[in-house]
Design a protein around this ligand. Sequence first.
Ligand SMILES: *Cc1c(COP(=O)(O)O)cnc(C)c1O
Length: 430
Amino acid sequence: MKEILPDPPAVVRNEVQSVQERFQKNVIPTYARFDVVLERGEGSYVWDVNGKRYLDMGGGIAVCSLGHASPDITAALVEQSRKLVHTSNLYYHQPQGLLAEKLVGLIGPGKLFFGNSGAEASEGLFKLARKFGHDEGRFEILTAENSFHGRTLAGIAATGQAKVKKGFEPMMAGFRHIPFNDLAAARAALSPATAAIMIEGVQGEGGITAATPDYLLGLRRLCDEKNLLLLFDAVQCGHFRSGCFQSYQRILEDAPADGASQFLPDGIAMAKGLGGGLAIGAFWVRAPYADLLGAGTHGSTYGGSPLACAVALKVIEVIQRDGLAANARTTGGFLLSELARLAQARPQAIRQVRGLGLMIGVELAGDIPAFAASEKAPAIQFINALHRAGLLAIPAGTKVVRLLPALNLSRSQAAEAVRIIESVVEQILR
Ligand SMILES: *Cc1c(COP(=O)(O)O)cnc(C)c1O
């Protein structure tokens, strides 16, 4: 595993520096970027400008469903771009209708709206909830502590994490947070103004925490009883990542309880994996509410362009053709059990491993001596060590390392990931 490479030639070192300097001068510094300058990718591998190879277990934050430089995506891009890239939503075109039909088939009776990102998708559901409650004066949306719903003003108000709100007060009114997986707390939090409850099936930014079957079924009953919309932010946990199209389908598949097989939320926000790297977001609305947002109430200039929809259709086609939902389940299961074995062997480094399909969180132990000297969060220090060892992963908070790789990650690549993570664990405990 040790890389005994000579120093990169001076000209390459200058390229890293000059790329970083150009960012420092010209790009608004909202991200604490890692010290990695990427150049190209192929499948689950990416290369930096020094020619160093990384196994990409982050997948561009759960976005690159088919990995990098997928020939299928390239073909769809080229083919569609020769016909129509963009039309605006003043007109009809074939790909948007086909994609909507495909997504309805994967979820259930309802309709779709297309935008360009996750934040826009969840924002659309907030507007749906406002419209739904409007004539009764209801507007409030309950979201979960530790949730994440995007970086717009409504998104940060909806997000149950203080760090995203800080400095942007006053928050947009109408959001309150409830503890996740606590049905009694949800019931107790309802007010006469409540119109909807919104959760992630598996919390992503919050550190990979899945909803329990009882919580999902209980929220559905509660929302039916109180005439509230049950909304899902599936931007990260959706699109086959869990091993099913939607995480609630996976979570409820073994639930014997009443209503598990008919379970449907009233709205679902999607983005990330939907375009396999091309920007597209969408929200699905269940049939009884699908026409609530009528002509003139919502819009997006770019949303659901022929190009984005053609690519999204291709991504779904390849996932189905190549059995990638099943791969997410088995390869994810393999990763989870191998990492759980590592956690058991090395509790001084890993506190817990959890997840569903190819959405896995590795929670680091509380006080790892090797990390005491630096101010940087343990998750960042661990990921820096993973980078040196040739693997990309994504932090969640200060102590969770997330794996969100391409859905076509192979078993041998998963085994390689485990070997690299194990080598880094050994190294920090040395
Ligand atoms: C990433 C994410 C978003 C925001 O998506 P953007 O495309 O960055 O706007 C919203 N909700 C969840 C659950 C996410 O993981």
